[in-house]
Design a protein around this ligand. Structure first.
Ligand SMILES: *Cc1c(COP(=O)(O)O)cnc(C)c1O
Length: 361
């Protein structure tokens, strides 16, 4: 068996101990005589597991009691529809900060339901930075301000939860949740598809201030009401039990490794190693994102000669490096350095990049 070094943006690499545990107990989970995937979500064993996972995730992320934690399906994209439906009156203004591809998707998803206002955009500059806070035009009557904590495709990361005064901040943290300590007391809502840094696809984590759940929102069926999901312990309908379980194993692994302070240190070292190699290549490799907002999770880079892309990918794949091809929107390469990617993996990538340059430069 060869387990490769997986740099995919999502679904992405998972911690090997979590996968091994899932493998070991796949047929008989906790002495129930059944796989966790075969049991009722309403039964005592799964209900206990759900409570354990919520407690673990709250501990990992230091989520305050003011906020509910939901485990849902539908990915980050569904949340981009639920945000306007739950937090805004029909046609009410909502502010959107545009820092890359996923900010634009969030706006597009919200447009049928709210008066979408772009408060600032880095698109004219090619998504290389974050518009300075003092340039943001936030409508005074905005229902919320939406920001993307980490742009997975363009490789731009907000250093902090921005301040929007009395207007709640909604933050897409799909690709940087749990990568460093974050102050969730300062967000109205944060949401994340699990498949980047938390676990498998098919599970979505929502952290939402309980006050926001009291907003009337817009006419919608109960399955689209976040307050109902909270009231029913994220079991309004049949949840994705296996994905939830596997997410729980990944969260437990992160706690065992030292939690978000430890991952913040590891992720800073990994990012410094890779950006250092790119910047030190004399232009052979290039990343144009402003230094202060370069993503520690997703590092897009181009080769000075795109004619070398195919060779770069073929040679890296021969070394069992997976998923380095960049998103089509930006081209080139992208290395995703989520929590489950060890420092030795990034070192191997950097060694390969230097060797590749020596032979093709
Ligand atoms: C991947 C991603 C999404 C889309 O997530 P789905 O789970 O596929 O809906 C949205 N936002 C960001 C920042 C992402 O990285």
């Amino acid at each position: 068996m060869t387990r490769g070094l997986n740099f995919s943006a999502g679904p992405s690499t998972l911690p090997e101990p979590a996968l091994r545990q899932a493998q070991a107990e796949l047929l008989d989970w906790r002495g129930t005589g059944a796989s966790v995937a075969e049991l009722s979500h309403r039964g005592a064993p799964f209900m206990a597991l759900a409570a354990e996972i919520e407690a673990d995730l709250r501990r990992l992320l230091d989520v305050p009691e003011s906020h509910a934690v939901l485990f849902m399906q539908g990915g980050a994209t569904l949340q981009q529809v639920l945000v306007p439906l739950n937090f805004a009156a029909p046609g009410q203004a909502a502010g959107y900060l545009v820092t890359g591809h996923w900010s634009k998707v969030a706006m597009k998803q919200a447009r049928p339901y709210v008066d979408v206002r772009e408060i600032a955009s880095s698109e004219p500059g090619g998504f290389h930075g974050v518009p300075p806070r003092e340039t943001w035009q936030v409508p005074a009557d905005a229902a919320y301000v939406h920001v993307t904590g980490n742009e997975t495709i363009h490789g731009v990361e907000l250093p902090d939860v921005p301040d929007a005064g009395d207007i709640p901040v909604v933050m897409d943290v799909s690709s940087n949740i749990a990568s460093r300590p974050m102050d969730f007391s300062r967000v109205g809502m944060a949401y994340a598809g699990a498949q980047k840094n938390l676990g498998p696809s098919g599970a979505t984590v929502v952290i939402v201030h309980r006050d926001l759940l009291e907003r009337a929102g817009q006419p919608r069926g109960d399955i689209l009401v976040l307050k109902s999901h909270a009231a029913q312990g994220s079991m309004l309908n049949t949840p994705a039990t296996f994905n939830w379980y596997l997410l729980g194993l990944c969260v437990r692994w992160m706690l065992d490794e030292g939690g978000t302070p430890e991952f913040a240190r590891r992720n800073a070292r990994k990012a410094a190693l890779l950006y250092g190699a790119i910047d030190g290549s004399g232009g052979f490799y290039r990343n144009d994102v402003d230094a202060g907002v370069r993503s520690r999770m997703n590092v897009p880079f181009v080769l000075h000669d795109p004619g070398l892309d195919a060779a770069f990918l073929a040679e890296s794949e021969a070394l069992h490096m997976i998923g380095l091809k960049g998103h089509k929107a930006v081209g080139g390469m992208r290395a995703s350095l989520y929590n489950a990617m060890p420092e030795s993996g990034v070192q191997a990538l950097v060694d390969f990049m230097r060797d590749f340059q020596a032979r093709h430069g």
